[in-house]
Design a binder for this molecule. Sequence first.
Ligand SMILES: [Zn+2]
Ligand SMILES: [Zn+2]
Length: 371
Amino acid sequence: MGRISHRLTIRRRDFLRQGGIGLAVGAAGSLLAGCSSQSTEKGSAPSPTQPFDGKTILTFYIDDTNPYTAGADAFKEFLDFAAAHQLGGESSVILGYNWEDHGLLSNPSTDEQRSYIEQAKRAYDCGIDTHMELMTHSGLFDFDTGQVSDGAQHEGVWLHEPEVSQDQYEAYFRGILDEGDKIDIRFTGVTWPGCGCDACELRYSELMQGGGVKVNPNLWKALLNLASEGRFRGETVPCFVLGGLEEHALAAMASEGKYGVYDLYPHVDDFFGIWDNLPERVNADTYISADGTSGRIVEKINAGASHCVLYGHWQGLNPATGVGWDAFKTVVQRLESHYPDRILWMRPSALTDLVHQGDLIPSQPVPASDA
Ligand SMILES: [Zn+2]
Ligand SMILES: [Zn+2]
């Protein structure tokens, strides 16, 4: 236990189908043109009257990013591509990923880890947000002892435990943020770490029988508190935590003044190879066909949707070993050739900033043609 493996990554959609838990995907707009090292400021939002009228904001989440599945060079290649195409999206940083084998990224011991951290610090300037997928994507980390205790509950299901207090959530997330500070990694949001291990499945089924699997609302309050302390990079915190098969409108889960915590939901399943890096789960046409006339993104554009959120996994999407990398590039290039004036890539946190400031009204869900 304590290890992260592909096997432990629950099939998110299957899980949602069974458990009624929703997904939230968000991407933040990359209003920055590139990723020169000097610009570390937040991308400035356009004025309310311009320029996204008539455009669909696109964004994406990449789950499970780490330097062990594919190394720092692969992450650099991804970031260079994002910058060159002015993409906006998100990629997880999981400080304790496979900590038993590799230690913590916040206490790097190898050149590969250090190189990865340098890239992760550069990501924001390439239009890419950084979500914590909690500390380990596995067992709850004990920040006092610096390890996961035997038998510790896994982090994902812990977000659904009804008895956890706001203080407990806040202390745990503060621990992750403190670890990030050690290496100058600033988090923008939170992604739920899926897990299909026996213990998690058992607990989820118990929760279902006890009235349903719901995210504990204390989570949102804890995140709002940390945001208002300036612990997240921005004032709004996009979350890919809720779930459900149906699309739902982007929603504020907690809000106070200029701070807000948002559920930002994905609109397209992962057809970039998923966590198992499966060739049969690669299909660019799902997003946009070669002639640009069909696909989920095309549906959203044609419906005048305010935004469309994609997601993938580092196992399938990375440029070194991912079977979905070419498909990802193909989707970007098809969008560029067919809809250059109808889309605007944006990082998730920029999208939630716009909504929070009242500069963008999220559109209602657009049913998928194959739903
Ligand atoms: Zn994950
Ligand atoms: Zn588990």
